[in-house]
Design a protein around this ligand. Structure first.
Ligand code: ATP
Ligand code: MG
Length: 422
């Protein structure tokens, strides 16, 4: 185990959350090991600004829970403890150990026939834990008392070489948890690090294992991939590694193969990243609407050629693409409904019927639909200056935009009354 002393790293203690320090100290006072670990140590070393703080400890989840009134044990596949300190929630994980045939208890260790770890709750030592983490740069342990870093997997060397490297045999590690492939791409894009060659090469053979991941977990990962300010570079890497199809299936081909579609999606990603940087709100509904638009348009064109009217064709195409995507990516209704509304407004915006102008502009989804229309034009769609038309209408009627009553709120207000009547 390499020990990096205070004089050989630049971690600034002042950048560490007080809540995390308090939890480390409390665990240590109770006689357990406790270190800051993972993303926090990595980010403290790279840019001094961690997003959140994770703690690794020798205490079991039950022992941790007993020490903190605000602690909750969560997760089944991988149990962790959430400890709330003021406004912060700190994740505390027990050192993971190796799975052997002796760990027969299905509540602690369970593996599918393809090697997927369905339960990863076998506990071990710090050395075991370091081997079970995903990437070398995520496997450093920081001791805030004597300010040393324990670095068994040469994470610091990889930070200096700007490399993302999986720990252990890449094929085995991807088989145990295929989401690690998405994490490799995510951290490479976010940190602008290269992917070490063995870590990269195994992705081609292991990628189909992503089909085994539950759609809810994939949606969580989708949010981390695209809503954290690095969507554009992440998207390009996912295309390079042919991983996009495992997130958005059939629609991915439209995006990856066809240059205008790719331009549209890249523009949407760029917009989202800019908004994240400016601390403006972003919604996955808009990003999904843009990513899946090429597939919806493709489907809708075919339906129109078969005789369907434009509005009907978009509605049916949207319904199909949304249903197919949800099989793989569990998009919650609060995002899939607005996504479809954004699509359904496109033919209405293109038609520019004078009697409908104010009504269209008053709708809640107008701004997002108009933004998608502009992106489509930027990406080369010939819509006869339709974007300019709606820009001018907003200038003429600034108070109308989004002024219609919110139908969903209205519905949800009525629900309790209906229940009372039963
Ligand atoms: P972020 O800044 O996105 O939170 P992070 O590295 O802290 O990055 P988390 O998802 O919070 O990522 O996970 C915390 C730590 O747990 C990681 O740094 C890594 O050591 C470990 N880890 C997370 N997911 C996996 C996984 N699928 N397999 C192995 N180790 C993992
Ligand atoms: Mg983290």
């Amino acid at each position: 185990m390499r020990v990096i002393t205070e004089d050989r790293h630049a971690i600034n203690q002042a950048a560490i959350s007080r809540a995390a320090l308090t939890i480390v100290h409390r665990l240590r006072e109770a006689g357990f090991d406790a270190y800051l670990v993972g993303g926090a140590v990595r980010d403290l070393l790279i840019n001094g600004k961690p997003k959140d703080f994770d703690i690794a400890t020798s205490a079991t989840p039950e022992q941790t829970k007993a020490l903190f009134r605000s602690a909750r044990i969560i997760g089944r596949r991988f149990q962790i403890v959430h400890v709330r300190q003021g406004r912060e929630i700190i994740e505390v994980t027990t050192y993971r150990g190796h799975h052997t045939s002796d760990d027969a208890k299905p509540s602690t260790s369970k593996q599918s026939d393809k090697g997927l770890l369905l339960r990863d709750n076998v506990y071990g030592s710090l050395e075991d834990d370091a081997k079970r983490r995903d990437l070398t740069v995520n496997a450093m342990y920081y001791d805030p008392d004597n300010e040393t870093i324990l670095d068994q997997q040469s994470g610091l060397e990889d930070i200096e070489a700007r490399l993302i490297r999986i720990i252990g045999n890449p094929v085995t590690r991807y088989q145990e948890d295929p989401v690690r492939m998405l994490r490799v791409v995510r951290f490479s894009a976010r940190l602008q690090f290269d992917i070490e060659s063995n870590t990269a090469d195994a992705i081609a053979t292991c990628a189909p294992l992503l089909n085994e991941i539950p759609s809810a977990r994939l949606f969580d990962e989708f949010l981390k991939l695209f809503m954290s300010g690095h969507a554009h570079s992440t998207f390009l890497l996912l295309c390079d590694y042919h991983l996009l199809a495992y997130l958005i299936s059939g629609a991915a081909e439209c995006v990856a193969e066809d240059a205008p579609s790719k331009t549209l999606v890249k523009a949407a990603m760029g917009n989202t990243d800019a908004r994240v940087r400016q601390n403006r709100p972003v919604t996955p509904a808009f990003l999904l609407a843009a990513m899946l638009w090429p597939a919806v348009r493709h489907r809708s064109d075919a339906l129109q050629q078969a005789g369907e009217a434009p509005n009907q064709a978009i509605n049916s195409a949207g319904q199909q693409v949304s249903a197919e995507t949800c099989l793989r990516l569990a998009i919650p209704k609060r995002f899939s409904i607005p996504m479809r509304e954004i699509w359904e407004m496109q033919p209405k915006l293109e038609a520019r019927k004078s009697k409908q102008i104010l009504n269209i502009m008053s709708q809640r989804r107008f701004r997002a639909a108009y933004d998608l229309l502009l992106l489509r034009e930027q990406a080369g769609a010939t819509l006869d200056h339709c974007g300019d038309f709606w820009t001018e209408q907003q200038r003429l009627h600034p108070d109308v935009v989004g002024s219609a009553p919110d139908k969903e709120q209205f519905k949800s207000r009525r629900k309790p009354r209906q229940r009372n009547r039963q």
